[in-house]
Structures are given as C-alpha cells and as structure tokens.
Design a protein around this ligand. Sequence first.
Ligand code: AGP
Length: 609
Amino acid sequence: MCGIVAYVGSSDRTKSVLCESLGRLEYRGYDSSGICFVENGRSRVIRSEGKLENLFTKLKDCEVTSSLGIAHTRWATHGDPSERNAHPQVSGPISVVHNGIVENYPELKKELIAAGYEFRSDTDTEVISHLIRDFTEKGNSLLESTRKTFEKIEGSYAVAVMSDKEPGKIIATRRFSPLIIARSGSECFLASDIPAILPYTREFIFLEDNDFVVLDENGVSITDAAGGDVRRDPTVVDWDPSVTEKSGYRHYMLKEIFEQPSAIFDTLRGKFTADMRKVVFEDLDPSLLRNTQRIIIAACGTSYHASLIGKYMIEEVAGVNTQVELASEFRHRNPVVGPDTLFIAVSQSGETADTSEALLKAKELGMNSIGITNVVLSKISRESDCVIATKAGPEIGVASTKSFTTQVMAFYLLSVYLAISRKAVDSKRARQLIADAISVSKLQQEALGLDEHLRELSRDFYGYRNFIYLGRGINYPVALEGALKLKEVSYIHAEGYAAGEMKHGPIALIDRNMPVVFIAPEEDVYYKKLLGNFQEVKARGGRIIFITSDRELRLPDERDRKIVIPKSSYLVSPMVSVIPVQFMAYHVANILGTDVDQPRNLAKVVTVE
Ligand code: AGP
C-alpha cells in the first residue's frame, strides 16, 4: 500500500521520471499523491487529493530545475484522503514520503507536541518528519538523523527523505516494506516496486531491513543501522517493460485476463524433464518434501482461493493431507503442527503483511516452508526455505486474474511433483497429468473467445444488486473467486458457496431478483449433483448463468444463459472455468462505470494488518 519513488539524475528528467514512475505505482494506492523537488536550495512540495491526474494537472505548467526529487501515491491508513494528509509530510526543511505504519506514533506524537512541534496532518508519518528535523537541529547529519529516528520508530516502513539543508541527496531506509534501488548511467532510482522503474533498467538492488541508503550525484551507498558499509548485489529481472503498459487494452484487468495463456506457458517453462515424465523444480530442496505428512497453506484473497484449489489437487493427486488457512487468522492462533508439517505461503506480491507474518509464525513453530510468489526477492520469497515462482509478469490491475491461474498451475505442478516422488501415480498417469498441464494455455486461449459473449451477457445482468456463485469440488473455489471479482470491481454484492451448502441456508435468498452463476464444467466429478442444484434454484424462480463444457445441455427457461467453455481434464478445469467469471466482473464493472483497475478502497499490495 502506498508507493514511493525517488530520482537523482538530470534536471530535465526529474519531473518526467517521477511522474511516470508514480503512474506505474498507482495501483499501490490512489487516494492522494505528492512530490517534492529542491529548487534553489529550498524544498518545493506539491500535493493533491484524489487520483494522480490531479497532481499531474497541478504540475503541468510547473518548470522543474531540480536534479532530484521524491514522490508518493497514497492508500490512507491514518487520516482521511486529503491534501494535508498526502505525502510528502513536511517539518521545516525535512520532507518525507512513507509506505507503512508507525505503530507507536501516539506516544511519539505526544513527546513531540510537548517539545513544541505543531502537527498539521492526521498521519502517523508526520512524526517521522518532526523527529528527523529534531535530530538535525541537534547537529546530526540527515543520514544520522534518519538513523536515530528509526531507532525510535516501531512498525513497518519504506521511506525516502529530503532536506533543504543537504539539498543534493536523498536518504532512504526500510523495515518490513519493500524498497528497491537501481542505477543506470549517472541516474539513480528508488521505488517500492519493480514496475515503477522497469523502463529505465533491468538491474535492481533489493534493500534489506535496516539498510540506509544515500542517493546523490555520486551514485548510491548503503550502510547498516550501525553505519557499517553494506554491499548488495544487483539482481537482473527479465520482465519486458511493455508488460507495464496497457498495450491498446482499455484496462490492465482486461489485458491481464488475455495474458493468461502466455503466463501459464511461462510458468510451465523448464518445469518438465526432457522425456516429459517428471516435474522439475530447480529451486526446491527434495528433502523438504520427503518427510512431509501434512501441508498447511496460508494466503489472503484471491491467493487464498487458489490455495483452496491447491488443497484439492495435492490431496487428490499426491494423497498428502492438506489444510488451507486464511493468513490473517493463522498468524494469530496456535496451530498444532508436527515436525512433518510443511508450510506454504502463497502471495502474488510476496509482500502481503498477513501472509508474511503467517510465514514467520510457521518458522517459529519449526515448520519448513515454500513460498509461491510472483515477485522475485519479495519478502515471502526471501523468507521461505524454497520458492516456486509464478511467471505471471507484473500484475497491475488491482483485481488479480493472471496471478490466480498461475498460482493454481504452481499447485498443480507441485501436486504432480509430490505424486511422482512418492510413487503415488504410475508413469502412465504421470505422463497424462503433465500432458493436461500443457493443454491449459490452449484451452484458455479458446475460452478467451468468450469475451464478446460475456460483454453482451453483462448488459443483461448488470442491473441486479446481488449474485450467488455456486460450484462444487475443485470448482467451488472458482465460485468464491467469481464472487470476489464481481464485488471488487463492480461493487455488487456477491457470495460464493459450495453448491451442496445451498439447502442449508442460502437457498432462502433465491427469487427472481437473485441471479445464480453455476461453475459447472461437465468433467466436474460432481456435474450430476450440480444439475440437481440447478433444478433447486429453478424451482424457486432464480435466474441462472450456467458455465459449463456440456454443449448438449438445454436450458428450458429462456431467461437463463449458458456459457460454453472448452472441455478439459477435471484437475485443470479451474484454470479455464474462471475466465468467464473474470470477464463477467470486468464487463459489468465497465457498464456501471466503476474504476476497474483501481476500485475504491482497495490497494494492490496490502502491507498492513
Ligand atoms: C484480488 O483480486 C485482490 N486484489 C486481493 O484479494 C489479493 O489477492 C490479496 O490481497 C492477496 O494479495 P497477494 O496475493 O499479493 O498476497
């Protein structure tokens, strides 16, 4: 949540680099924004409430001669989204942009008020600017003052700091919030995330907790909390910069739905032996899995739904007892685990606070861990014993789409890997399972042809205020995901249920005004039962959208709609059946005119509890 960027380089690029980078970070938060340059030895801070375009309008005619600057896009935690709560937060000569939360800010604020500081915002961040100023006024350098300040701060942070008194430099540090730096020629960049600065370089240094960085015309230097020199090697990231562009699509969400076949293809690349008999995980230590008798998976949101599918896959294919936990619950309870329990943390961003805390809890409990993440060197990938990387590429739309299907594919591969290594399947079955994985890209490509059909269907359904999504077995989590997608981007109330649960309560909701979306591929082992659930809904006057691969099925009521998806094998079917529900959420939202890529109140990366 919140995105920060900083730049040191050439004065004729400062404004454009900061604005463009901020634009590529807007998915992290978008309720207010701000920027700071140093002009003639004085800070110039410009802030704006609302979307970035409001800031850009203010900056339009503003000539910038500064060769460095910091900028911020905000997702409010403390204080409403307003100009005075936007960052940079300023105290005298000090300007600070911050991503994270200062947990002990009430105590610090009290101390600072007693010392005579006046607070002009409701943010927790303002204590950081006052503290740094306080230390500089006591004769410390900006770097030293920043160090001393963060000795007092509890919580999570990635910050960049500028001062009128040391106008040629930017100081940055982090703890529990991501921060990367990069150099290209005589330019230095700093950002919360890779996509922000991807057009300028492919080599990034991922900062560690308590690294303190100075960016100035000499380049970048890193020291630790005690002032000792730190060396961090750059990592080369092979993302193509065009992946951060909309490439002709109206929204990132639509572009990312369409990118799923290639994301799956990339996730599969290099994952099989040449004879196509085995799954290969180069980074996975086989000893980690050898003694595993039980698996606990923790994740949030869409990643949680992918994990629920993972449970079906692992139990069905490899026969290993698996349980899935909401990371926000797992981190606060006392689970019973044994030495043979493996923990899997699943997160697109690799930075979600609840999931990374759940991982830390698992480690405290002595569990071995695997991280399934989409971002190299993210917190979860660094803290897990082994990593399975999904290769979705940057996902900019706040609503996850391609990260869901690549996570499901990662679980599929893991279940086949486990099954083969435990001899739970014979070689014929193993080859079939691998062939089914390879078939997914093509099947998805076919399902993408449903775009126009779903656009037209959405025109018929966008007026309803409630929806129910139903599925069974491996497609039950797809029902949950379909409901989440619709809620997130269209603000329509939707609930996903296991179809068998209907009769235990939710069926009371069914009437003419409650459309029910069935996720019912014919290959689903519960298909006949789903047809029974269909009749139950019909008997109560419900209107149905039936997503199925059963071409022959006739729906007698013309108010109902059938969406035909390509037939696949049961275990890979969620990677295909989810495409229509993604399209439907997208098109309904578009008709309703919501902000599809940046829905209200949400942020792409949730780094707060
Ligand atoms: C999905 O559309 C959401 N935006 C959200 O539920 C997301 O999946 C969740 O916050 C977890 O994020 P992560 O995968 O980066 O950990």
